[in-house]
Design a protein around this ligand. Sequence first.
Ligand code: NAP
Length: 446
Amino acid sequence: MSELLDAVRAGADAATLASLPIPATTRAVVVRRSEMDMFAGLPSNEKDPRLSLHVDEVPVPELAPDEVYLAVMASSINFNTVWTSIFEPLPTFGFLDRLGKESVWGARHAQDYHVVGSDASGVVVRVGSAVRKWKVGDVVTVHCNYVDDQDPSAHDDSMLADNQRIWGFETNFGGLANISVVKANQLMPKPAHLSWEEAAVNALCNSTSYRMLMSRNGAPVTEGQKVLIWGATGGIGSFAVQHVLNSGGVPIGVVSSADKAQILLDLGCENIIDRREKDYRFWKDAHTQDESEWRRLGKDIRALVGEDPDIVFEHPGRSTMGASVYVAKRGGTIVTCAATSGYMIEYDNRHLWMRLKTIRGSHFANYREAWDANRTLVDGRVVPPLSAVFTLDQTGEAAYQVHHNRHEGKIGVLCLAEREGLGITDHDLRAKVGEDRLRIFRQKGN
Ligand code: NAP
């Protein structure tokens, strides 16, 4: 460990941090270019992140003028790290190589290793010469929208920019490291009542759900609207439930176990469907869907809330999209940001056009949306769905658990933080939010 990182851990002041040299290398979780064919021919569920994610010592790159070095206290596992680790749908080295051709600074990213991770909480330890609003010593969280501000389309909705990227997935130097490189316009204030690991698990999933359900760029929920949420205790689903409840909507949460149903009840979501118990068979075989099963889901929803959902929060993709399009209300919206079970989607278009429904694509969030989503955490209105905490060395195991749906909510990863529970500075707000509420997702024994 370097003098600088020791000082960060000890809570040193900004002047001390600024006086200590940036180490030449850092520990970081990487996939290696030399291994990108290691799972060739295997089915997805046999591709094992524990074999492809390594903790290596890698060089700290030079800092561009609009960037900061972040001493990362904690990070999290997102599904994009699972995709990177199993090299699906494509190895991410192609993204890095394309970025490498864009500019002198972009060239730093095209390496034979990819430092992954798209969330972080930590301390700013150096700022580039063009950084105005942040300084050494600032305590921050990071959102993952990596935008080139010289693209005109980035100035309306930055998610529309041609070269918009996800940091730590489509760029190098992500958050699962001791030192990360972050553009200044990715930084947001860390919620003061949260620990490092609680603060690190939110930005990617919370911002994504916020755009999908709160922003005019998604399908904004209004009071009383019914919202069907697949994977309601998963990464994005657990934030979706909270945003719908906070805005006066009525979530119908779909989960796959009694433990997850209990989490929903604890969050205040009363309308719950256990998809495993119901044993929906939307697909009769690999090529044929069963409309009577879609209808059965629709009846179950009506039995709970008395009507069809105004909005369906969709992300499982191939296995559920036919059902999602079917059950949405006449004139309703299916808002989708993913396709975990397969991206070649099939639905009955008659149900879409005859009933005037809309399918809305959504992807992460622009800076404004990410900042507004962060505010819901800073104010304590949304709680982090942290269920378990791993160390940087255990990242492969953590990604394996997410890959196999063995987790709830989010898994946090301690980077520089020596143990859980550190970094809390607003104890009054923490008490107001309540320890019980902050621990709703914690697995037994954690
Ligand atoms: P997650 O934590 O694994 O949660 C997803 C949940 O979906 C699971 O817990 C599971 O819940 C449910 N699910 C999985 N497969 C399903 C199936 N075949 N049918 C019905 N439900 C299923 O993952 P996440 O972080 O929420 O991410 C979900 C997806 O969104 C991933 O593909 C991820 O890459 C994507 N994503 C996209 C963006 C974006 O910006 N575009 C941002 C974040 C995430 P139950 O078993 O309890 O039902």
